[in-house]
Every structure is written in C-alpha cells, then in structure tokens.
Design a protein around this ligand. Sequence first.
Ligand SMILES: Cc1cc2nc3c(=O)[nH]c(=O)nc-3n(C[C@H](O)[C@H](O)[C@H](O)COP(=O)(O)OP(=O)(O)OC[C@H]3O[C@@H](n4cnc5c(N)ncnc54)[C@H](O)[C@@H]3O)c2cc1C
Length: 372
Amino acid sequence: MGMSAGYYLAKRGVRTLLLDADDPPHREGSHHGETRLIRHAYGGHAVYTDMAIRAHQLWNDLELLAEKQLLVPSGVLNITDPALYSLKDRIPKAAKRGVRTEWLKALEIQHRWPGIRLPEHFEAMYEPAAGYLRSEACVDAYRTLALAHGAELRTHTPVHGITPLQDGVVVHTREGDFAGAKVILTAGAWFRTLAPFVTLPIRAVRKVVGWFETTGIDYQAGRFPGFTLHTGEGTYYGFPDIGGGGLKIGRHDTGLEWQPGDPIQPFGSLAEDEEDLRSVLHRYMPGAAGRLIQGAVCKYELTPDEDFMIDRHPLYSHILVAGGFSGHGFKFASVVGEILSQLAVEEQVQLDLRPFALSRFTQQTASVSSKS
Ligand SMILES: Cc1cc2nc3c(=O)[nH]c(=O)nc-3n(C[C@H](O)[C@H](O)[C@H](O)COP(=O)(O)OP(=O)(O)OC[C@H]3O[C@@H](n4cnc5c(N)ncnc54)[C@H](O)[C@@H]3O)c2cc1C
C-alpha cells in the first residue's frame, strides 16, 4: 500500500519520502508468496466492487509502464457448499456494475475443470475476467516507478515515533528525524508499534500457504483457474500450478495471533500447517495433493469486521492511516495508493470511503492520541 501511494504521489510531482522497516518486496509482511487473487464480484459494501474495477485498470496501466505481466487473467472460481455459505446475492450486485459472472453446478464444474471433485450439491460463481497478481513483482514495479519519478526510499528504517505539528509532522527513526507536511501510515501487521499515537483494533495473525505437486495437465496455469472454496472444513483459496511450482493453497479462516516483536513459527512448525491444506486438496482436488514443494508463512491484519481502515487521523487531518487489510487487500493496493495520493493532495475521491472510517469502532477499541 505504501509503495503504491508513494508512486502515485511522486508521479504527481509531490516530494515523497518512503520509509520502510524492511526492504520491500520482502518476506516478513503480508505481500509475499508469489500470487494474490483479484476478484471483482464482492459481497458486503458495494464500494469493494467499484474499487476492484478501478484497481484492475490501474494494474493494467502499471503492467504497461513496467513492461511485464503482473495480472494473469486466469478466471476465479468461487466454490461453495450452499448449505453453509451463499454467493448468489453477489451476482445481481456484480451485474449492476458490469461484472460478468457464471453460476455453475457441481457437475458442470467437474466437466470444465476435470481436476475438481465436488459433492453434487456444491455450486460455484465463476468470474471469467478475474485472475491473480504477481504480488512481489507488483510491489517491485511500484518501487521502481516511484523512484523514477523522484521519490526517495530509505529501507531498514523503522519509524518508532510520530510527533504531529499543527502544520506538519515529524517522524522519528534510528537514522534521525524526518519532517514533512503530511504523512501516510501503512504499517501492515505492525500498527501496534505506532501506539499510542494511533491505536487501532487490528489483530495480526500467522497464516500458512503450501505449494503441492500436481499430476497431469488439469491444474496447470492456462487451464486451471484461481479459486476460493467455502466448505464445512473451512475457507480456502488457491492458484494454478505455475510452471511446475505446484498448486498453491492457503486457508482464509483460522490462524494464530502474532504480536510485533515476537518470532513467528516457520511453516511446518505445527503438524496442521501441511495436513490441513493437504486434506482439503485430497478431497476436492485429488491430483494436486502430491509432494509438498514449499511452504510459507505470511501475516493477515484483521479488523473486527474485516473491512479496511482508510481515513484521516481524527485529530490531525494531514495524517492518513491505511491498514487492517484483513487478508483481502492486495488486489486493491493500486487503487488504495491512488486514493491515498488523492487524500494527501486534498483532491476529491470518487469512491465511497465511509465503510473504511476509523469512527466505526468505539472509543474502547479505536483511539488516537496526540502523544508521539
Ligand atoms: C497468505 C496471504 C494470502 C493473501 N491472499 C490475498 C489474495 O488472494 N488477494 C488479496 O487481495 N489479498 C490477499 N492477502 C492480503 C494482502 O496481501 C494484504 O492485505 C496486503 O498485502 C496488505 O498490504 P500492507 O501494505 O498493509 O502490508 P505489508 O505488505 O505487510 O506492508 C507493510 C509494510 O510496512 C512496513 N512497516 C511496518 N511497520 C513499520 C514502521 N514502524 N516503520 C517503517 N515501516 C514499517 C513493513 O516493513 C512492510 O514493508 C493475503 C495475505 C496473506 C498473508
């Protein structure tokens, strides 16, 4: 989110300093592991579909500038056990905004994608124009282009304090203090380290993903779609086998809480890291339940309602906050960067940001302070 905002600001000619505790793209936050789904037919607030459409356009623009493929239009198949979870209300909402979907029964799904095995009553909503993003390449593209437009980047420079001034802000780092007219905070799973200046109800959670060897051609990129899978076992998502690297699968629900500063247990520390993913593949995509090729650990940062937080600091309107992307934010990183740049230069934002207001949480859970 920060690299994208940095790019859109620098492109406007705004003098921009990017500070990161690490060296993005990296493997400590929420954006690594090769791929992220981009879907448009969202449930919940209508703004998500509007944002996904705009985000998709911006990713396409970024691809042209970066001269590499970042968004692979594989289609995304959203499979569900309708007894547990319905996706049907998404179809008219999506259609209203020009997003095409197809409603498929289990037998049609198996006919079209022979690698999938489903109980007869399962259904799916297929989004043919959806796909996946090469997430680390996206972050890298924004970084390169932001710097090309004159942004300055300081890596391995954690911000450990913020002092708001009436007409500006000073951020404190080991390397010294930096003063600016405005600041955008996009600290991912580390928002807690910015307390008490900003205290948000964000819970960071350890997530695991695995890449499993596949047999035959049914799961190969170009044939197999990205997918989500809502079943009695849990909610999963995944990606086709890209170049023999294995079918990647992760679980959206569950996960152990993680606090900034704590070590994070690597993939495989818990027996269920692999077992849980393998058992669901074995059941629904049996030819993709082969050898584990690799596993990775990543972080979600969950808000209580899993909607994002994109807003101005209530006490200091020149300080912007964007966090709590709750395991579904990457697809929007392009448009979130654009939105943040518009807010920073006081330009009208065309999207409805009310669902992302910090004020939706009570005083007990979301607070802001003038202390640095
Ligand atoms: C396993 C997994 C699968 C996912 N799948 C999808 C998907 O399919 N589709 C989708 O849309 N989304 C998905 N997401 C969610 C998406 O990846 C995240 O919502 C998104 O990456 C969040 O971006 P961010 O910029 O907030 O966090 P990050 O990318 O983690 O960036 C935060 C940055 O802030 C820096 N930082 C933190 N604290 C400080 C500080 N004090 N000073 C300076 N720098 C600091 C960090 O070093 C880091 O570089 C997934 C996430 C995970 C973990």
